[in-house]
Design a protein around this ligand. Structure first.
Ligand SMILES: Nc1ncnc2c1ncn2[C@@H]1O[C@H](COP(=O)(O)OP(=O)(O)OP(=O)(O)O)[C@@H](O)[C@H]1O
Ligand SMILES: [Mg+2]
Length: 234
């Protein structure tokens, strides 16, 4: 059984379903990349796993435990961390304060978590006392990812971590994502920078109109002419 197994997930906001029976798997140490058109339900799927969107039917198992509709604030204690697409740092707090927030549920682990995160993102070490709002977009994204890593999750979900970043920072984020996965953490990532993200994906998932359209190792999806034409801009 995979670390994360979602089966036939149906759900959305209010009356209208956005997800119409979606399957999703992620194993320890695996990079899973979800791509698909705007409005496909990629962010909604992540929010459903994170307990932020109501799951009306289907099952979500994490570490063999059912988690569908579990309280979002407990997810981090189960080892599931979620970094949303927007507003994922506190701009007026320093880097260090933002990271400490990530250990809020188990404050005794703050120091060890901080040391681990600053080793993963050495750029942040020199900025510890700087307000997150004063950092570059790439550095802010590192703070958001770092905060999610503070309690050593088993799964980290990143919603468009490279949105708006320069190619240099995109490459850096993807390289760090690979380092996180090498530590045995499952990384589930939604990406609009589909080609470079799929290039590093053990598992690529194409989602369209709230349904699975294709699942295969990222490089296999990249080599598929129909996937390229329909979903990757030719
Ligand atoms: N809070 C919300 N309330 C109601 N509808 C929403 C809400 N958030 C998203 N939706 C709708 O759900 C559908 C799927 O949105 P979602 O954000 O999951 O798409 P996405 O695949 O992440 O797209 P994008 O690539 O633009 O980020 C869209 O039709 C969107 O308008
Ligand atoms: Mg989205």
């Amino acid at each position: 059984m995979a670390l994360l197994e979602a089966r036939g997930v149906v759900g959305g906001y209010g009356e209208a379903d956005i997800l119409h029976g979606v399957d999703l798997d992620a194993d320890a140490g695996e990079i899973v990349v979800i791509v698909g058109p705007n409005g496909a339900g990629k962010s909604t799927l992540m929010k459903a796993v994170a307990g932020l969107v109501r799951v009306r039917a289907g099952a979500i198992m994490f570490g063999a435990e059912p988690i569908a509709n579990a309280p979002a604030e407990r997810m981090i204690l189960r080892g599931l961390a979620y970094v949303p697409q927007e507003r994922n740092v506190f701009p007026s707090l320093t880097v260090e304060e933002n990271l400490a927030m990530g250990a809020y549920a188990r404050p005794a682990e703050t120091e060890a978590g901080m040391a681990r995160v600053l080793a993963l993102f050495p750029d942040l070490a020199a900025k510890r006392r700087v307000a997150a709002g004063r950092l570059s977009g790439g550095q802010r994204q590192m703070v958001a990812i770092g905060r999610a890593l503070m309690l050593e999750p088993r799964l980290i979900m990143l919603d468009e971590p490279t949105a708006g970043l320069s190619p240099k920072f995109c490459a850096l984020i993807f390289e760090r994502v690979q380092a996180i996965a090498r530590d045995g953490i499952a990384v589930l990532m939604v990406e609009q920078n589909a080609r470079p993200a799929l290039a590093i994906a053990d598992r690529g998932v194409v989602l369209a109109m709230g349904r699975n359209r294709a699942t295969a190792p990222g490089p296999a999806l990249l080599a598929d002419p129909e996937i390229g034409r329909l979903f990757l801009g030719g």
